[in-house]
Design a protein around this ligand. Structure first.
Ligand code: ADP
Length: 234
């Protein structure tokens, strides 16, 4: 698979969780995201941000429309290839989802083991990603011994260890104080600069300004604004 075709394309995607006559969670959405692009997705609670992300990770299927990610047409994707697709997409959440009884090192190593990496590869990769997120000195700590920002950095290390083409950060700063928020925002920017496509959802306009990226606004399941990088988002 060629790196530069790693686009995300949604064409007229509609998703309904309820009956056909209810307002859809996503309503006829068209969206193209280029490889290495950073896109911030904003919108109030219930507007459809998570549903949009779930279309891309294939956690949910659309009722109508077409989704292609990295040249893979989701309509024809065989079940056995879904794990391969998921390895190409890293996801971090507001609530970190770390394994509480494993150390920082083990949390990252475990993700690599399930993805089929050898012990030698794991031993090589884990220190490098912990260095990237600034947590080498905490590798033997348990999650409970870390601050919220540090936990999120472990979650990011775990996601990027598998070198995904796309990183989805779903409100990654939702549980963090200001200082930790900016650290995570800057880390995600760095990961984007290293070549990973990033989708970042947030409610926080200050974060939108700091990220200075293309910003897509969703309201009632529809894309109502798509503001290019460098333009002020209001
Ligand atoms: P956001 O991430 O912007 O808060 P969501 O994508 O979670 O928005 O939700 C969009 C709409 O879909 C909301 O009306 C929400 O209640 C509904 N919804 C989301 N997930 C489900 C689900 N699993 N079952 C039923 N309705 C859902």
């Amino acid at each position: 698979m060629c790196y530069n075709v790693y686009m995300i394309v949604l064409e007229r995607v509609t998703k309904r969780y309820g009956k056909a006559d209810e307002t859809p969670a996503l309503d006829n959405v068209d969206l193209n995201i280029n490889p290495r692009e950073m896109v911030v997705i904003v919108g109030s609670s219930g507007s459809g941000k998570s549903t949009l992300l779930k279309m891309i990770t294939r956690e949910e299927l659309p009722d109508e429309g077409k989704i292609t990610v990295g040249g893979i047409d989701y309509d024809t994707l065989a079940k056995k290839h879904i794990p391969h697709l998921r390895r190409r997409i890293g996801v971090v959440f507001q609530d970190f989802k770390l394994l509480p009884d494993r150390t920082v090192y083990e949390n990252v190593a475990f993700a690599l083991e399930i993805a089929g990496h050898t012990n030698a590869e794991t031993q090589n990769i884990v220190p490098r990603v912990l260095d990237l997120v600034g947590l080498l000195d905490k590798m033997n700590k348990l999650p409970a011994q870390l601050s919220g920002g540090e936990k999120q950095r472990v979650a990011i290390a775990r996601s990027v260890a598998r070198q995904p083409r796309i990183l989805i950060a779903d409100e990654p700063t939702g549980n963090l104080d200001n200082k930790n928020t900016w650290e995570i925002v800057d880390l995600v920017k760095k990961i984007n600069d290293l070549g990973t496509t990033v989708l970042f959802t947030t409610h926080n306009l200050e974060i939108v300004h700091r990220l200075n990226a293309r910003t897509v606004r969703i309201e009632d399941g529809k894309i109502v604004a798509d503001v290019p990088r460098g333009k002020v988002v209001k």
